[in-house]
Structures are given as C-alpha cells and as structure tokens.
Ligand binder design. Structure first.
Ligand code: ADP
Ligand code: MG
Length: 570
C-alpha cells in the first residue's frame, strides 16, 4: 500500500470481518478457499485465527456445526461463491435442523451482474438460495456494515433455538477500503448473545403437579439438554425425583449410561407404559414415533421443556409446557421441588428393572459370540471394551446398522461425547464432525463409520493427516449399503444398487497421506489396533471386515422404507 503521507490509515473489508470475529471470541474458521475468499483465510491466519482447510465445503460446514454444538459459540464455515456455497448449504441446513449454532460466511459474485443474470463467474443469488435452509440469512452490501452483519449473524445463530445462519459477503465489499478509525467504530461486540430465558413460575408449578400425580413417570433427555451444559442440575433433578430416564442418541453420557435410573435397555417398554413423560430438550419427531400410539400410550400426558415456544403441541398435546432455556428451567424445577413430592410407583421401577436385566442379558450373549467373519455386534463389543478405558474420547458415528447397533452397544460416560447423524439421519457428517470435535476439544476422536457413510467425506482423511489430528477412523466394511450380498436382479454383471467393494482396503487411503492403516478381521485384532491407534494420538484408519450378510435393510428404520406394491424385481 502506498498511502500518501497525510492520508488516513486504511483498512478493508477482509480485515473488518477478521476483527469482528476476533472481537466476539470466534477464533477458528473451517473452510475451503477460492475466489473471492482466499485472502480472507490467509489474513485471518496471519491475525491469529485458526484456519482449517478442507477438501469439500460440506465437511467444513459439518465441522463448524459440531464445533458450535460443543462450544455454544457459532462455528464459522467459509465458502467460495455459487458451487462452494451450495456445497456448504447441506451442512447449514443440517445445523438448522439439529439446532447447532453455525455461521456460513460465503463470498459472492458481483451483484449488479448476478441480479441481471448476465452470466458472471460463479453467478448465483446466494442470499435467496440460502433462506429456506437457514435460521436467518443476511447480506452485507457496504463495508461499514460488516460489524453489524457479523453481530446479527452471531445473535441469530445462538439465541433461542440455535441454528445455521448465512452471511453473504460480495467480493467488492471484502476488498473495499475504509478509514481505519471509522471502521473500528463500526464493529459490534455482542453482549449476552444467548440470554437466559427464565420460565414462568406457574408453568414450573404445573409441571411439578403433573409429575406428582404420576405413577409411571419418565424423563427423556434430548440433545438440547446436552447442548445446554446444565449437566449437574439435570442430574440432581433426575436423582432427587427418582424418575427413570431415557437419553436420546446425542444425550447419551449426559448421565452415564450405566446410571441405575437409565432405562435405555428397556426403551420400548418405558415409552409404551409411561403415564407422565417429561421431555427435556427433545422433540417428539420421527425419532420418538411422533409421540403417538402404538409406541406411546394414548393416555400419557406430556411435559416439555424447550426454548422454542412453537415446539409445544407440534405432534401431540403438551399438558405442561415449560418455555425457557434448559439451565434456567431445571434450576427453577429444582428450587420448587419438595422432597418426597414426586414418587414413581415401586412396581414401575421393578418392572423396568426386570426388562432391563432381561434385555441386557440378551445383549451380552450377542456381544460374546465370536463369529467369523465378524458381525456388527462382535466388532462393536470389542470397541465398547476399548472405550470403557477412554471415557473422554469423542465418538462420531454414522451408517445404518453401524449407527443403530453402535448406539445400543457403546455406553457413553461423559456428556456431549456422542456425535452422530442426528435429526435428519444424514450421511456424510463423519469426517467433518471428527475434525471439528478434535480441533475444538484437543481430545482424541474415534469415528465408527459404515463403509458407505464413510465414502461421503473420505477425502477429509487428507485433512486429518495434514493437521495431524488425533482421529481414529473405523470403516465397518460389509461391502455395501445395509448389506453387501445383494444381487443384480436383471442378471447382468453390474453390481446390485446396494453393493460396494467388500475387498476394498480402506486402510491404504490413509497410508497415502502418511497416517497409520490397519486391517482387522476379528474382534481381538480390532480391539488391539483400536487401543494402539487411540494411544498414539495420531491419525489412523482401521479397515474392519464385517460379514456382508450381517446387516438388515435400512438398519432399525426399515419400517420407513416404502415397500413396492407390485414387487416385480425378484
Ligand atoms: P433429540 O434429537 O436428541 O431428541 P432434538 O434436536 O429433537 O433432540 O431436540 C432438541 C430440542 O432442544 C429442540 O427443540 C431445541 O429447541 C431445544 N433446545 C436446544 N437448546 C436449548 C436450550 N439451551 N434450552 C432449551 N431448549 C433447548
Ligand atoms: Mg456397509
């Protein structure tokens, strides 16, 4: 820069974005560079922001989303215009669906050309494309508005129900110069970005009355409860009320899975028989059978704690809504809870305990079997034993059978350690979540991946190796989607639609980038290599050979697969 001697000090849009992020304590960017954001990443790194460069925007977005879930600060994802922006959109939509706070910042092309559709390089009306998939979407059209734009994005992402926010930054705004003093004044430090939302006292009383009337009460903990980081109070409320609880997938570990009040092993009985159900940060969506019979009793009455008022009655009437943030709501409940007022019937506890024991015994038998080749249970049983020694490890999990069975087999012992497909049941989150978790926690991550699920983000193995992250990937290689043994019903030589290469040596992928590759065909080798890989703190990938005949179609949600009414194809 060749300023004239007497000209004022200048800054530009790039630096303003960086300063705005730093002012708000946002110290990490997950992204993919290109026109027009390459210099933004370069300068951010120069200014002390950690930049993690990915191979595909969807993984960068997934890393940002899970970083947001783990830290309660919006994860930042940086994308280039049009195609890169769209690649990131799946992750942004997934973040919004799951209630994870993130901000996708994208460069965009010249608005004058885009709006007249004159065919610009990477032309797309990104702001409007983002709106249906984002909790909020903003465009900054003048450099002096960058501070406000970033502030609005932060507040939108983390306040109320968290979600994905889109922030559009046209190339000319990024490069525009601004007088440094005025620029500094345009920045905004967001005060109390997600303020407490204290529930109405009468809603708390109503809920306690309902719980006091219950014979067969049940608490469901969802990932909203995990997100809220009110772990000690939630545990105190559950223990003082003596109500059995059931964790949703990502709430596993909020109380340890081996807690005596957990009825995870008697899930279907607990749902069907409960008379009063308290939902804490969990939605009555498909994952809970929409709260309807036959999964639930038609006579059951519901209490729901949620920060989003419109969530109430979304699927079934809520007799006692508590609208507020979970930390404040649980604190209010605890303050108003009189000892002995809530008394689950002892017959209820006995019946659940019996079911638990019976189901646990069946599970033990499945885990003890040692078939050759391995099935999902014997492989996951081996991993479960390794993880018992490492309660702090972050567990990423995706796939169909690999997901459903791991959720049941692997106990969690610490909060927010299980990261999986979530509300959408989306595939492709694996390496993004693994990288995001490793970067923000500095702790080891174990990703248990179906072979098909892994394929969606497999190239990020290079990212894991480039940043030397302590991520161990287990590819559950059963040679296909669901199963690996389907046949071409037309009789041709092409493989069936669900078939992948069972003979693939996935471990060679990581060897290409200097990581450690292992091959495990039996539970002992799997346990040994997984333990060694975790202890090494270095990138590793284990190709786990699973029987192609072991899985079931669509895992545990085969009921959602529409059957053919005329079934010609066999
Ligand atoms: P799960 O899939 O584990 O059941 P969901 O994602 O369906 O969980 O539900 C999480 C719920 O938690 C959402 O309805 C969301 O509004 C709510 N939520 C998230 N964070 C908070 C919070 N801090 N306080 C209150 N409710 C929250
Ligand atoms: Mg598979």
């Amino acid at each position: 820069m060749s300023n004239k001697i007497d000209s004022p000090a200048l800054t530009d849009g790039f630096h303003l974005v960086i300063d705005a992020l730093k002012l708000n304590g946002l110290d990490t960017i997950f992204g993919v560079v290109g026109i027009p954001v390459t210099d933004l990443a370069r300068m951010a790194q120069a200014e002390g922001i950690r930049y993690i460069g990915f191979r595909h925007e969807q993984s960068a977005g997934n890393a940002a989303a899970i970083a947001g879930y783990l830290t309660q600060k919006p994860g930042i994802c940086l994308t280039v215009s049009a195609p890169g922006f769209l690649n990131g959109m799946v992750a942004l939509a997934n973040a919004t669906t799951n209630g994870f706070p993130m901000i996708q910042i994208s460069g965009s092309s010249d608005r004058a050309i885009v709006d007249l559709q004159q065919g610009d390089y990477e032309e797309l009306d990104q702001l409007n494309a983002a709106k249906p998939y984002a909790k909020a979407a903003f465009r900054v059209n003048r450099p002096q508005d960058i501070g406000i734009g970033v502030a609005r994005a932060i507040r939108s992402a983390v306040s109320g129900r968290p979600g994905g926010v889109y922030l559009d930054l046209p190339a000319d705004v990024l490069s525009a110069a601004l007088e440094a003093g005025a620029a500094k004044h345009s920045l905004v430090r967001v005060i109390d970005p997600s303020p407490r939302q204290i529930p109405a006292p009468e809603s708390v009383q109503r809920a306690l009355e309902l719980l006091a009337s219950a014979q067969r009460p049940l608490i469901i903990l969802g990932k909203g409860a995990a997100y809220a980081q009110a772990d000690a109070d939630i545990r105190a409320f559950i223990e003082r009320s003596a109500i059995p609880f059931l964790p949703m997938s990502m709430a596993k570990g909020l109380l340890p899975d081996d807690h005596p009040q957990s009825v995870a092993a008697a899930r279907s009985h607990a749902l069907a028989q409960a008379d009063v159900v308290m939902l804490i940060g969990a939605r009555l969506n498909w994952l809970l059978g929409h709260g309807r019979s036959p999964q639930w009793s038609a006579a059951a009455r519901f209490i729901q704690i949620d920060i989003a008022p419109a969530e109430m009655d979304s699927n079934r009437p809520i007799a006692a809504p508590i609208v507020g943030d979970i930390a404040s709501s649980i604190a209010s409940l605890l303050a108003a809870l009189q000892p002995g007022r809530i008394k689950p019937a002892s017959s209820w506890i006995d019946e659940l305990t019996q079911r638990k024991q019976r189901n646990a015994q069946q599970m033990r038998a499945r885990l003890a079997a040692n078939p050759n080749p391995m099935d999902f249970y014997s492989a996951l049983g081996a991993i479960a034993r390794v993880l018992e020694q490492h309660p702090d490890v972050y567990l990423v999990n995706e796939g169909a059978n690999t997901l459903d069975i791991a959720r049941n087999v692997i106990d969690m012992r610490a909060p927010r350690r299980r990261l999986d497909c979530g509300t959408w049941g989306v595939m492709g989150i694996g390496m993004g979540y693994a990288i995001g978790a490793a970067v923000v926690s500095g702790k080891p991550v174990l990703a248990i991946e179906g072979d098909s699920a892994f394929g969606f983000s497999a190239m990020e193995i290079e990212t894991i190796c480039r940043y030397r992250l302590p991520v161990v990937v287990l590819v559950f290689n059963n040679g296909g989607v669901y199963r690996g043994d389907d046949i071409n019903r037309g009789g041709g030589s092409d493989p069936a639609p669900t078939v992948l290469m069972a003979q693939a040596h996935y471990e060679k992928l990581i060897e290409a980038f200097g990581g450690a590759g292992y091959h495990a065909a039996d539970p002992q080798t799997l346990a040994r290599t997984a333990a060694a890989a975790l202890a090494s703190g270095k990138p590793a990938l284990i190709n786990c050979v699973i029987d192609p005949k072991a899985g079931t179609e669509s895992g545990h949600i085969g009921n959602l697969n529409p059957p053919s009414t005329i079934a010609r194809a066999n």
